[in-house]
Design a protein around this ligand. Structure first.
Ligand SMILES: Cc1ncc(COP(=O)(O)O)c(C=O)c1O
Length: 404
């Protein structure tokens, strides 16, 4: 008799955004006249940049001609894209990363959830709290997290590293001994960034303790402070202890096109075994490559014109972030993030629980955000707003929040 992977049955409730979506749909059905402003889910709203669209058109035309038609893409990505990434994202910033250490994929979500497959089932994982839920849930599915306590909202075998206002939302080095450590900066959900010194401390810790850092840099394009690191490979020794995930979703609006990549340096090892060939093997077996036309679109993001255009998109979102941050601070809210990240992380007023504040904002202001508790226990009493809406909606949301 067939049976299921029982680890899936351990996953509590619905995925955070499904729960939010359901609540909003129910509210809208009951109040059809309401005009809801969505500053909850981290999806972009601006259209794809013109030079990327041109590259897509060109690639589509190539697919229609026998001479230029492309079938299966190379498993690890086309050379034209891997070489461009290595040069522009890494070597130009002084990071020693070569094209064959880059694995092109359909996005960072799949990579950062699939990466755990190449590690032993008994590896202990450590995550920031609050955290992007995918890191934990993918390990739950793999049976690495022990049992769930609905009282504390935590898993028995996961090491949680609280990120609070007291530590500037940057995790302290753990006293336990994790094998795999997930870090994400600029951070979703807190909007925090990490300094080079603190990131170097993590690299030194990982090297000293034989741990692997899984560094999610999906929001690196939002860094405005020139002193902050864009890649973990800006730190000394990171090639020996870190994997990095990148995405085209937030820097170039590819949430619907789908493109990302993972970097695994050749010398990176776990238990004496190199990880690069394992991930290459996994890619080769389970993945047939990101579409040619999308990889051409990704390449166009790095052209001179493309870079200018996506920089303008990011600037527009950061204008929203700055507006939300400034206005909420002026209205007396305790506000974090929004300076090097497209997320605003605010303390709920009067000690309200974060789901109560969600209901309150939805019902009284018709504004949707994300309750901090959905990202982990340390997210309780916090609330996330995103800068990915339009400027007009950001202004209207603030007007409504101020009127409460
Ligand atoms: C921290 C983080 N990593 C990864 C992703 C997913 O990126 P992608 O669209 O490339 O799958 C997101 C999406 O919101 C994210 O917030």
């Amino acid at each position: 008799m067939a049976t299921v992977n029982e680890n899936y049955l351990k996953l509590p409730g619905n995925y955070l955004f499904s729960t939010i979506g359901k609540k909003v749909r129910e509210y809208e059905a009951a109040h059809p006249e309401s005009r809801i402003i969505r500053l909850g889910i981290g999806d972009v709203t601006q259209p794809i940049a013109p030079s990327v669209i041109e590259a897509l058109h060109r690639a589509v035309d190539e697919m229609g001609q026998a001479e230029t038609f492309r079938g299966y893409a190379p498993d690890l990505g086309y050379e034209f894209l891997r070489e461009t990434i290595a040069e522009q994202d890494y070597r130009s910033r002084g990071c020693d990363i070569s094209a064959d250490e880059i694995f092109v994929s359909d996005g960072a979500k799949s990579d950062c959830s699939n990466i755990q497959e190449i590690f032993g089932a008994d590896n202990a994982i450590a995550v920031c709290d609050p955290v992007y839920p995918v890191y934990v849930d993918s390990n739950v599915m793999a049976g690495r997290t022990g049992t769930y306590s609905s009282e504390t909202g935590t898993w028995s075998d996961v090491i949680y590293m609280p990120c609070t206002a007291e530590n500037d939302f940057v995790a302290e080095l753990p006293k336990e001994a994790p094998d795999l450590i997930y870090l994400c900066y600029p951070n979703n959900p807190t909007g925090a960034s990490i300094t080079k010194e603190r990131l170097q401390a993590w690299v030194d810790y990982a090297i000293a303790n034989g741990a692997i850092l899984l560094y999610d840099a999906a929001y690196e394009a939002y860094i405005s402070d020139p002193a902050l690191p864009h890649s973990i490979y800006e730190c000394k020794g990171a090639r020996g202890c870190a994997i990095e995930f990148r995405s085209f979703s937030k820097n170039a609006g590819f949430t619907g096109l789908r493109l990302g990549f993972t970097v695994i340096p050749k010398e990176l090892k776990a238990g004496g075994q190199a990880l690069h060939p394992l991930w290459a093997r996994r890619h080769g077996t389970k993945y047939n490559g990101a579409p040619y036309i999308i990889q051409r679109a990704g390449e166009a993001v790095y052209s001179e014109q493309g870079r200018q255009e996506v920089r303008q998109q990011v600037a527009a979102y950061m204008k929203n972030a700055s507006y939300l941050r400034t206005e909420l601070l002026a209205a007396g809210y305790e506000v974090y993030g929004g300076e090097n990240a497209p997320y605003i992380w605010l303390k709920t007023p009067k000690g309200m629980k974060s789901w109560d504040f969600f209901d309150y904002l939805l019902e009284q202001a018709n504004v949707v955000g994300t309750p901090g508790a959905g990202f982990g226990p340390s997210g309780e009493h916090y609330f996330r707003l995103t800068a990915f809406g339009t400027y007009e909606n950001s202004v209207e949301a603030i007007r409504r929040i101020k009127a409460l």
